[in-house]
Ligand binder design. Structure first.
Ligand code: ACM
Ligand code: ZN
Length: 779
């Protein structure tokens, strides 16, 4: 930890520091509708009053928030005064709704800065809350760096601004990894800073129930904690600072108990809701149903179709067990929960999830089948639709509106539902055409949990929430959009690097007029903007070092190399897996490796920002000898087929197969159904030469490859289609090979490929064999 901050401090020397008293170039994010530079500049000092009128209590609250945010650069919180606002008093920052231009709308504002005064005027307090963010961003980036000065200059400007969309949201997943109360508040601050207005707070999941429910204390006693696993050890430690500038270590790690988890008490939730309200950010709680509910089912297995028992999930992926739709107790439970949720969150909307609901338990459940019969439902999709409609009716009766992911379209949309379109734009288009409100958050542009290298900043910036093919009659139902940042691989210390700078781009997509959204212009503004964010403690993404792909297994010696870093970054590395600092070795060319080595590297940029570290282990391994004598073989592999539910590859030797046979390849041909089964393939692999072999195993759900009994590729667990690779040194000749695979639900994928030494990645079916059956019958 010291290492990273030392590294940053050293590198800060490279950065240019603006001379005091100079105004910064205008770089507001999101770009306002209109602005014109005006004469002169306004001097902001500790004793600059922030003035509001006596009858404007809402403006007083916004003024107080502004005052708090100015403490960083001034060293003291300026005072909020009650006084006359017309005309704006000289030498003061004035916030008022009086005399505002009503055409600016619900969130619009005007900002006028002259040498004499700074005025934010808006029709509503919400508009004032947006306007103060522009005012803050007129200060130079150094203002946020925690080195207070007696005074600062704010450039003269006249701004008129309002949002393009009324829904500008961000999903925070507190379930897969737990985020502390202070961290949630910090996220709210960062949303407000970008004029975003919705925090979509994901509070219940397979991996954790995170909201205290007074009627069911067991939900958080049991459901808020899962077995800690290797899945949690992701990301670099970041410097620990204080207050809102802090980036804390993962608060979900409970080392003593071997558990991972946490939850928010109702008192904490009230505090967070009030904090968000003061910043005019609405919180939309998400209580997931009927799927993604394993934490609740682990607590109350009687709410499932099978009766359990279950454990709170510690795999990432889609679990087959969901709430039973045929059991009225499920609806009693959910209504009790929702009643408490409604009392905690004053906003209009409740998100009920509705995505990724496997149907196999419902198909096999007498209660669910009886429900379908009684309600005249023609299949499990209609049962899902019926489930959501029943919940919608309840929420509507309590004056709330339901939001669900686009799967709630399947089997028929509930009358009042708002659809959040995630799989693509299509669900949103269909819902808008049917006259339903829509929030666009397609995976292609809005999933900020995706790597920065694939869902790039420019790609997010190119997101257009309004589909070109949507007629005007449907266009009015597009409320706006959301960034989704699921936290399977994003513990708290890594959140900044996923959110920024992409969230800054998204804020501009959702706020700025279409014609004001110009990539070249954004690129110029994002650098000073990121400098402000860095000053605020945001450890945003910069490209890390990239290893040139070479085998990581070697028999004698090897070299490792990095691609040329971008933007003049310097690369530093260690050979023992520890986090590099600026005192570590500086990369100057290929690194010689003669023993097993864990290389870890960071890129350090001229502006003082360090990338996340990357690491790779280079393993020195002996060759695996070929079988001697060579077995007598024929084409094909032996396969055994098993039925059951698993979350990891089972111990096949202890199980009785439901079927067995011979297959041409490692694939899915021998299955008897599409869910809840496993396959074990055994055979021989013919290696054409001595050398390093790379194997690629793609699957949904889990798979593992063993060669000569040694695990070579581990792609285990429930997950979407994922390819993993591994390497092994093989002598020319025959080796035993074994592949295990299991399927829970959702997509069904299994592919094995290899790259022999010096060869391309290709199928290996023709190199797979089985023992010739001995006389007297098959083995
Ligand atoms: C989702 O990403 N499953 C909504
Ligand atoms: Zn059921």
């Amino acid at each position: 930890m010291v290492g990273l901050s030392v590294l940053v401090a050293l590198a800060m020397g490279y950065g240019a520091v603006a001379p005091p008293d100079e105004v910064a170039p205008i770089a507001i994010v999101p770009e306002p509708v209109q602005w014109d530079r005006a004469e002169g500049s306004f001097k902001l000092a500790k004793d600059t009053p922030i003035v509001v009128a006596a009858n404007e209590s809402g403006a007083y609250g916004v003024a107080y928030t502004l005052a708090e945010s100015l403490k960083t650069g001034l060293g003291e919180t300026p005072k909020v005064h009650v006084g006359a606002v017309n005309p704006p008093p000289p030498g003061a920052i004035t916030l008022t709704t009086s005399g505002a231009d009503l055409t600016l709308g619900e969130e619009g504002y005007e900002l006028k800065v002259t040498a004499n005064s700074a005025l934010v005027r808006a029709p509503t307090d919400t508009g004032l809350a947006r306007g103060i963010q522009s005012l803050r961003q007129l200060l130079p980036p150094e203002f946020e760096e925690g080195k207070p000065r007696a005074s600062w200059q704010i450039p003269g400007i006249s701004v008129r601004d309002w949002p393009r969309y009324r829904w500008r949201g961000m999903l925070l997943d507190s379930c897969r990894h737990f985020y502390s109360k202070d961290f949630v508040k910090r996220a709210i601050d960062l949303l407000a800073y970008h004029k975003m207005n919705v925090l979509h707070w994901h509070l219940t999941e397979d991996q954790g129930w995170r909201i205290e429910i007074k009627k069911y204390p067991k939900l958080t006693e049991v459901g808020a904690f899962r077995q800690a696993s290797g899945n949690d050890q992701v990301g670099d430690p970041l410097p620990i600072e204080t207050g809102l500038r802090a980036v804390h270590p993962d608060p979900g790690q409970l080392k003593e108990s071997g558990k991972y988890g946490g939850f928010y008490t109702q008192a904490e939730i009230k505090e967070i809701v009030a904090y968000a309200a003061a910043r005019r950010v609405a919180i939309v709680p998400e209580i997931e149903m009927p799927g993604h509910a394993l934490a609740a089912l682990a607590t109350f297995p009687e709410l499932s179709c099978t009766g359990g028992p279950f454990q709170v999930g510690n795999e990432w992926g889609v679990y087959s067990d969901v709430y039973c739709a045929g059991n009225d107790k499920v609806f009693e439970f959910l209504q009790d929960v929702l009643n408490e949720v409604i009392d905690l969150f004053p906003g209009t909307y409740i998100h009920i999830g509705g995505d990724e609901v496997p149907k196999q338990r419902w198909q096999a459940c007498a209660k669910c089948q009886a429900r379908m019969k009684a309600e005249g439902l023609a299949g499990e999709h209609e049962l899902q639709s019926w489930f959501i409609k029943r919940i919608d009716k309840f929420l509507t009766s309590r004056g709330k509106r339901l939001i669900g992911w686009d799967e709630i379209l399947e089997g028929g949309l509930s009358p009042g539902a708002t659809v959040q379109s995630w799989r693509s734009f299509a669900g949103g288009i269909a819902a808008a055409r049917a006259g339903h409100d829509v929030i666009m958050s397609p995976t292609s542009h809005c999933y900020l949990d995706a790597p920065n290298e694939s869902t790039t900043l420019e790609r997010v910036y190119s997101f257009e929430p309004m589909p070109a093919e949507l007629e005007a009659s449907g266009a009015k139902f597009i409320l706006g959009g959301e960034g989704n940042l699921w936290s399977e691989r994003i513990p708290q210390g890594r959140w900044d690097r996923q959110a920024f700078p992409r969230l800054s781009a998204l804020s501009e997509v959702l706020w700025s007029p279409r014609e004001k959204r110009v990539w070249d212009d954004f690129e110029k503004r994002i650098d000073p903007h990121l400098r402000r964010l860095f000053g605020m403690g945001v450890r945003y993404y910069v490209p890390p070092p990239v290893f040139i792909d070479t085998p990581t297994v070697f028999t004698e010696r090897t070299t490792a190399a990095f691609k040329d870093p971008v933007k003049g970054a310097a690369l530093f590395f260690t050979r023992d897996g520890s986090l590099p600092t600026a005192h570590s070795s500086r990369y100057a060319g290929p690194i010689e490796i003669a023993a097993t080595t864990r290389l870890r590297a960071v890129a350090l940029y001229p502006n003082g920002v360090a990338s996340e570290s990357v690491s790779r282990t280079f393993r020195k391994e002996p060759y695996l000898d070929a079988l001697s004598p060579a077995p007598t073989v024929e084409a094909g592999v032996d396969v055994r087929y098993f039925e059951g539910t698993w979350l990891r590859i089972p111990e096949f030797s202890a199980m009785t197969p439901a079927a067995s046979g011979v297959a041409k390849r490692v694939g899915l041909e021998l299955r008897k159904r599409d869910f809840d089964f496993a396959l074990e393939f055994t055979g021989y692999l013919s290696a054409p030469a001595d050398g390093i072999y790379t194997f690629f195993l793609e699957s949904d759900d889990g798979s593992v490859l063993w060669v000569d009994g040694k695990p070579v590729v581990n792609n285990d667990g429930i997950h979407p289609p994922t390819e993993r690779s591994g390497q092994v040194a093989l002598r020319k000749g025959f080796h035993t090979v074994r592949v295990g695979f299991f399927q829970g639900s959702q997509a069904l994928v299994l592919n094995l490929k290899w790259a022999p030494p010096g060869g391309q990645k290709s199928g290996l079916d023709s190199a797979l064999f089985r023992a010739v059956a001995p006389r007297g019958g098959r083995r």
